[in-house]
Ligand binder design. Sequence first.
Ligand SMILES: Nc1nc2c(c(=O)[nH]1)N[C@H]1C(S)=C(S)[C@@H](COP(=O)(O)O)O[C@H]1N2
Ligand SMILES: [Mo]
Length: 513
Amino acid sequence: MPHLGGVRDDGWVNESVAPQRGRWAIAGIVAGIAGLAAAYLSARALSLPVDPVVAVSESVRDLTPGPLAVWLVKLVGTLDKPLLLAGTVVIALGISALAGVLARRRLWLGQLLFVGLGALAIAALLTRPNVGSRGAIVGLLTIAGALIALGALTPREQVIDRRWFLKRTGLVVGASAAAVAVGAFVGQARRRVEEARQLIRLPVGPGRQPAGAELGVRGIASWRTPNDDFYLIDTAVGGPPSIRPEEWSLRIHGLVDREITLTYDDLVSRELASGWVTLCCVSNEVGGDLIGNAFWSGVPIRELLAEAGVQDGADAVLQTSDDGWTCGTPLEALTDDRNAMLAVAMNGQPLPIEHGFPVRSVVPGLYGYVSATKWVVDLEVTRFEDISAYWIERGWGEKGPVKTQSRIDVPRPGDRVASGRLAVGGVAWAQHTGIEKVEYQLDGGRWTDARIGTGGMDDDTWVQWSADVEVGEGDHILLVRATDKTGSTQTSARSDVLPDGATGWHQVDFSAG
Ligand SMILES: Nc1nc2c(c(=O)[nH]1)N[C@H]1C(S)=C(S)[C@@H](COP(=O)(O)O)O[C@H]1N2
Ligand SMILES: [Mo]
């Protein structure tokens, strides 16, 4: 039986209609506050540069017509930013109040409104730089926070009991305050590390790109991947660990003659080596973008292992991160003449926190999951048969050499291009082996050699490839395949990324007209 205030089933005389409506509105507002708290905490924890309130405010700013914006700024002066943020919060809470009132009759209507607000937050987050897919996670947690709170604050009946409501409201407000406090704390630790990072001056440059690396075709991934665009993969759910350089140290031990412990100062006061290395993820699908190329600087691991004195019988180095993640790297890849290093800089900058600050490993020729330990703190010289590393326990291949691959960047799948001459192209890689040639095939025709750009020394990087083709009106299929310097050509057989990297040719379907 529906209640409009008044007498409850148990005969208890309840309050009149008006305070009820107010209570449902307050329930909505408190749920909105919980959503904002979840937004703030998750944005801080995932190290987003902005939280949803800031992202929406910035989007509003960007969408405000120029003359109106100028007039508004004249009107309110330097209060523009606080007013904008406060306005966003007030409007969000106003809509939350409405959601509360709606939820009284139809819970799903109130929920829908919160989902709508969350979707708006996600859309705004995705337009901001350096947010990426983490923006969607934060948006979903924002929605979850609001919906859970709404559920906790609204009884199944339409009447909210005062005592019950006060208790529940207190609970939700308390939890929200705690979330904000934790968020501020998490953010603080990171900010301190970021400040320390900004103050670091390393005697390294950003590296000079080899002449001819860029083929000048628009749409091909830039040969150097800027730090902000570099793909991110790790298991650090709560965001990257915050390690100040003076707190960091690395222990080299296990099957060695002499254990070594290094501080950050020890490391950066050594002679630093640099090199271009393309890093890629074993989870990269054919055609995927979990790959990037940077100029890395650091200390050769080979030298450190030589100083420690590797003992007979060792064939692996178990690397451990500050957050407990582990990987086993073939000893040979760390002791042969390749450019395996404990990197402290990426493209001339101290490592970004999410890419492993203060120190990470970079090993040419191996997928990241067996080699590229971020926030590395421990190297144990050992035997593969004696260890079990994070991803190996989960079914991935033990050794993880990079497979030769190639990708089409232009055209994009589904593109509609003008018929006639078309510049196509992309990237190809076979780290530490080198790309010998790249061929393309249009509409089942002959395989034809593409132009290829120069790569870094020791073939540790990807190369760009391009070609000019003629396309007539209609649908087209473009394929690419690479041959590496051992003479082996990519197989057409498609295999899954699990257990040791995808195989197959990248295909792009497009049309011309
Ligand atoms: N500490 C730590 N290091 C890690 C990982 C991780 O989960 N934790 N992931 C690895 C994987 S699978 C890859 S592909 C690379 C990605 O490095 P990036 O995020 O700097 O691109 O880091 C490697 N190093
Ligand atoms: Mo990876």
